[in-house]
Design a protein around this ligand. Structure first.
Ligand code: ADP
Ligand code: MG
Length: 660
């Protein structure tokens, strides 16, 4: 129904409602109060000036009505509350006079005015209210008040046709109110209890429809478009048995997950998440091997050249019989041509590289499996492009920044997830220490201790918004500092984004060999770099980083039996940084980061509009969301989803999917 068809709703009100985003009567009843004024039955002995009160009593004296003009009037009478007698003023309700005589039992709702020891009433009820009165408060504007909105809702609520998107069986299971009753109670709550029940129902409904949408997308992707493969798991077990170490439980489970995905008829869309050093790489190598055994090419794309090269060297060591090639942006023309030729002819079994892998001139013979490492560092488009290089390749994303639980369910809800939660045995956790910049001397002594033990140290300078200029200044400044302190006893290296890949590689090589003892760098070392002899990382101005990024940096050390240290130097935000001194669990840290900074900051994406619910809060209602996720998948996979009775649910789901 249009607003203009509502009796008593004038053109002006319509316009004001439009400004609030309300265009139909359905919009109007879906416009929930954003808070409630709760007025408890007042203890008159405690009231203060200006208090909202609700008080019962009897009328002491026939009211007087004073008329200002035809429409405006003020009625005054005295109310005996049993404890004392108070004057009551009420405006423009002169018509109630006939109902008020001496001894009439009433309840007055209003505001207390101490100076005049009177109550300015907003309403009078002709019975005693024992309980609480709950008044809705709507987001309103100067032009249209909250109470006007409430009144309009009252006039239309019975006339609007409302649809319940929660299926009967679920309504029964949770003993939910009907949709209509819930709407009544969210706008005109009879009690706190009924208000809570209304919120429970409506919150459930909005999350249910959200999960339905996600499940629908997820299911519609699973339509037998996967590659046909056949590999016996025995062969996989054989590979695992021949590794130089024993896989952890979660690594084994992840391999199994990926194997199942690969041989299933559905296309894989999986995220492998696990802390830095938890051993994702070996899982990805085994996956590449399984893919190879089933007859396809596999590609692994890493965000930096250093990391890609490290993967390349490692896989060649572990699986020397695989024909693995390396591809990066800057290569000698002849070499590049050869590599590309091997990829196109199918001679290359595994291709490892940077985002050069997705450049247009690279053609694959039969790409069946695509892995992207540290997936959140690639833009969505880059990820998509590699996916499009094969016909319907299986996709695995790897990330050391675990997705906060709520994000896993929502934003990434259409993705399957494998998590590696435990570290390979023998790892010591890194001791994290917070220091102020004035304590620098103390920090230098701690560094000296490590150098004396012939260990190596990372020193990290912050990088502000990719500003290479500041980046250079900072690393060089720090290099100067380090040279002053340690230049006489050891070699100090610098690495930053402005250097060309060969220079970087050279420095990295020197550091790996142990010739460079202190490596001053920007966050280029953040991802994946593995130097076991490094036992200390000192991060300057660490407040500039997100907790997850710092945790990643910290993961550069503690890769050996030695005690390792992460020193965070910061004069600001020490409370936030303190989280890192308390835990080494990346899953917990990403939750904290999410709480403190929001998901967008962690993943470099804007907070999705999808996450804005009217009643639900994805962080607080996580457990509910889990429950709803299950309810919704059960419903969508049952015959009920296609039942004509629930056509309205299906229609709404499909509509909202198509809108995105
Ligand atoms: P991630 O990629 O998850 O950050 P890596 O795969 O680089 O971690 O693993 C870190 C180190 O741990 C590597 O040197 C790797 O060889 C080693 N590693 C992996 N899995 C195990 C295991 N199950 N037992 C012992 N060492 C392991
Ligand atoms: Mg890794």
């Amino acid at each position: 129904m249009k607003l203009s068809e509502v009796k008593g709703l004038g053109k002006a009100s319509e316009k004001y409602l439009n400004e609030l985003g309300i265009f139909t009567t359905l919009d109007l009843i879906n416009y929930y109060p954003f808070r409630y004024e709760i007025i408890e039955n007042t203890d008159v002995r405690k009231i203060k000036d200006g208090d909202k009160i609700i008080i019962g009593g009897i009328c002491e004296k026939t009211p007087n009505v004073y008329h200002y003009n035809k429409r405006l009037n003020k009625m005054t009478f005295r109310l005996n509350t049993g404890d004392f007698i108070v004057k009551v003023d009420i405006f423009n309700r002169g018509y109630l006079k006939s109902r008020l005589s001496i001894g009439t039992v009433i309840t007055v709702i209003g505001k207390y005015d101490q100076k005049h020891s009177s109550i300015t009433a907003s309403d009078i009820k002709f019975y005693l209210i024992e309980k609480t009165v709950i008044e809705p408060v709507y987001h309103s504007s100067i032009k249209i008040s909250s109470s006007k909105i409430s009144k309009l809702i009252k006039t239309v609520i019975d006339k609007v046709y409302v649809v319940d998107f929660v299926p009967d069986s679920i309504n029964e299971k949770y003993k939910f109110m009907s949709k209509k009753e819930a709407l009544y109670n969210i706008h005109f709550p009879k009690s706190k209890k009924s208000l809570n029940m209304a919120i429970d129902k409506l919150k459930y409904e909005e999350l249910f429809m959200f999960m339905m949408k996600i499940n629908y997308i997820k299911d519609s992707k699973k339509i037998n478009d996967g590659l046909k493969r056949k590999v016996d798991y025995e062969k996989v077990e054989n590979i695992i048995d021949n590794l130089p170490f024993k896989l952890t439980k979660d690594q084994n489970k992840s391999v199994r997950d990926i194997y199942e995905d690969l041989i299933s008829n559905n296309r894989m869309n999986r995220l492998l998440q696990g802390d830095v050093g938890s051993g994702k790489t070996i899982v990805s190598f085994i996956s590449l091997y399984i893919n190879y055994l089933s007859g396809y090419q596999g590609a692994l794309m890493a965000p930096t050249e250093i990391l890609a090269l490290q993967h390349y060297n490692n896989i060649k060591k572990i699986f020397p019989n695989l024909n693995t090639v390396f591809l990066k942006g800057k290569m000698k023309a002849k070499e590049k041509r050869e590599v590309k030729q091997m990829i196109e002819s199918g001679k290359a079994d595994v291709i490892i590289g940077t985002h050069a892998l997705i450049s247009e001139d690279v053609k694959y013979k039969n790409l069946g499996f695509v892995i992207t490492d540290e997936q959140h560092r690639f833009g969505v488009n880059q990820r998509g492009n590699l996916k499009n290089k094969g016909k319907t390749p299986d996709i695995l994303y790897m990330s050391a920044t675990p997705i906060p639980r709520t994000y896993a369910l929502t934003l990434y809800g259409d993705m399957d997830i494998s998590s590696i939660r435990t570290m390979p045995s023998g790892r010591k956790s890194v001791k994290t220490i917070l220091k102020k910049s004035k304590d620098i001397t103390e920090v230098l002594y701690m560094m000296l201790d490590e150098i004396k033990k012939n260990h190596q140290i990372y020193v990290v300078a912050p990088l502000v918004k990719e500003s290479e200029k500041i980046d250079l200044e900072d690393t060089y400044k720090l290099e100067e500092k380090m040279k002053k302190a340690f230049g006489k006893i050891c070699k100090i290296g610098v690495m930053h984004g402005k250097m060309n890949p060969e220079e970087k590689e050279k420095v990295m090589d020197e550091f790996k060999k142990g010739n460079i003892k202190i490596l001053v760098s920007t966050t280029v070392i953040e991802v994946g770099v593995d130097v076991k002899n490094a036992t200390m990382i000192v991060i300057f101005d660490s407040y500039r980083f997100g907790l997850s990024a710092l945790h990643q940096l910290r993961g550069r050390v503690g890769r050996n039996d030695y005690d390792s240290y992460c020193i965070l130097i910061s004069d600001l935000e020490t409370k936030r940084l303190n989280v890192l001194t308390k835990t080494n669990d990346g899953f917990k840290i990403s939750e904290e980061d999410f709480k403190l900074r929001g998901g967008g900051d962690i993943f470099g994406i804007r907070q999705s509009g999808d996450m804005n619910f009217k009643l639900a809060d994805v962080k607080e209602d996580y457990d509910l969301l889990l429950k709803i996720k299950e309810d919704s998948s059960r419903f969508i996979r049952s015959s009920l989803f296609n039942d004509s009775k629930y056509l309205h649910i299906k229609k709404e789901v499909i509509n909202s999917v198509n809108q995105d």
